[in-house]
Ligand binder design. Structure first.
Ligand code: C2G
Length: 458
């Protein structure tokens, strides 16, 4: 029996995929199809997949050409599969011409003609999510660059109160509409990315939601729990997505770390410590007391995330110890008391610490080296060092592509659920950062602003 193998993502399964599988099957008697896992696609830089792995497998099965479907999970697996399944022919589309010649040592390699005029990319481009950006500073620039890598979205407009900065932004990032007002911006998009100074977030987010736009809001979201509650309720009432652009939450390694801790690999968590410090120019707006500057307002949302994710939102007390200068905290240490755990973090704009994170448990601990908020690697450590493990996951570029992808996917899932069941009043969508977690993180900020258990040091 002549065995043929081929691989692919098979996203939004189309005629090109079907033709490829038919031609591959015609090369032998038995066809094995390797479908890429989401993790493998992320690792090889393909972050725009629309369909879930199960949907993609189903589509390959339904084509009727595959005798066996396997998963492709890592680089180099093709060699191992060819040997393991005793494969005679490796087939792939001609867009890969020459790329898999190294497999000729193991079997025959055939590049099959690619079907012109159809591709998953084209299908994904059909109805892109049109995003408008408000605030055109540094973070918006990084966002625009990374958004290019996520294919089912389009940056259609930008708005800033600084007209010159906005003009330059639109021209350098190839954004067509330089909106004259925020209302103009709302008219040119389906969703808004809010990247303005944090004390303006509440107002922009509220106006965007009232206009029926989905929102991705930079961190810190808002500084008052009443504002957070109102905006979350407004989004749910209007059946819109409101997501926080906390890049750490969406990066693959951080998610894996959280799931591992929750599954009990280090036992019960007894303590978490994390720090984020950046030495900042004293004249920067980030140090301006009238603009809610300072280390806590600027940076606390980063270490607050792992604490509320892994210890929960029910902290009993937080003590803050701040070193002040010109009315803002240049360094703050926060110490949390939970019913049966402690946590602490250090944030600074005028002092530097090691930016690592340690999660301590009753069986072992997890260590994430600096900068832990851009997690791509962590270690699980035990008393018996033979059990220690290192985990490496992708974190490409600025890491914003993961949150942008998640936002686009969440909005598209919401749209799908609404169109498939127009009678349902509220559609189901999941969010990586839950409402409770958003409220708890805002409560931490609010406690600080209210000076609850705040000890100001000289
Ligand atoms: N294909 C085709 N015609 C198209 C589109 C795709 O013949 N119009 C072929 C591709 O050449 C590939 C297969 O369909 O052989 C699956 O394509 P993708 O889903 O885009 O997967 P790809 O990223 O090419 O994965 O390990 C993974 C493989 O290396 C290839």
């Amino acid at each position: 029996m002549k065995k043929v193998i081929t691989y692919g993502t098979f996203d939004l399964f189309h005629q090109g995929h079907a033709n490829l599988l038919r031609r591959a099957k015609e090369l032998g008697d038995y066809l094995i199809v390797g479908v890429t896992t989401d993790n493998f696609d992320i690792q090889r830089g393909k972050i725009n997949t629309h369909d879930s792995l199960m949907t993609r497998i189903e589509a390959v099965r339904n084509s009727g050409y595959a005798d066996q479907v396997i998963l492709e999970e890592f680089n180099g697996q093709k060699i191992s599969d060819i040997i393991r399944y005793n494969v005679d022919v490796f087939a792939i589309g001609s867009d890969w011409e020459g790329k898999f010649d190294y497999l000729k040592e193991y079997c025959q390699v055939v590049y099959l003609p690619r079907t012109e005029g159809v591709s998953s990319t084209m299908l994904r481009h059909k109805n892109p999510l049109r995003i408008g950006i408000v605030g055109t500073g540094n973070i918006a620039g990084r966002f625009a660059d990374e958004a290019r890598l996520v294919q089912h979205i389009e940056l259609t407009a930008a708005y800033s109160t600084d007209e010159n900065q906005c003009r330059e932004f639109c021209s350098s990032k190839c954004i067509e509409v330089q909106a004259k007002s925020f209302e103009d911006l709302l008219g040119a998009c389906d969703a808004v990315y809010v990247a303005t100074p944090h004390f303006t977030h509440y107002d922009y987010v509220k106006r965007a939601l009232l206009a029926g736009k989905h929102v991705l809001c930079e961190t810190p979201f808002v500084l008052r729990t009443s504002e957070a509650r109102e905006l979350l309720d407004l989004a749910s009432e209007k059946n819109l997505i409101l997501m926080i652009a906390h890049k750490t939450a969406y990066c693959p390694a951080f998610s894996q770390l959280v799931f591992m801790v929750k599954s009990g690999v280090i036992g019960k968590v007894v303590d978490i410590n994390a720090s984020v410090t950046t030495i900042t120019d004293e004249n920067s707006e980030k140090m301006d007391v009238s603009k809610f500057g300072g280390s806590m307002n600027e940076n606390a949302c980063f270490p607050a995330l792992p604490i509320v994710k892994m210890l929960g939102t029910d902290f009993r007390q937080i003590n803050f110890y701040s070193i002040m200068k010109n009315g803002v905290d240049i360094y703050t240490k926060a110490v949390f008391r939970y019913d049966s755990a402690t946590a602490s973090f250090q944030v600074g704009l005028g002092a530097k610490t090691e930016g690592n994170m340690t999660i301590s448990g009753t069986k072992g601990y997890i260590y994430v080296p600096a900068p832990w908020w851009k997690t791509d690697y962590f270690e699980m450590r035990f008393e018996d060092q033979n059990r220690n493990r290192k985990y490496f996951l992708p974190f490409d570029g600025e890491g914003l592509r993961y949150e942008i992808r998640d936002f686009a996917m969440t909005v598209s899932m919401l749209k799908d659920s609404v169109s498939s069941d127009s009678s349902s009043e509220e559609s189901v969508h999941r969010s990586i950062i839950t409402e409770d977690e958003i409220m708890a993180m805002t409560r931490i900020q609010e406690n600080y602003i209210n000076e609850t258990n705040l000890f100001k040091l000289k």
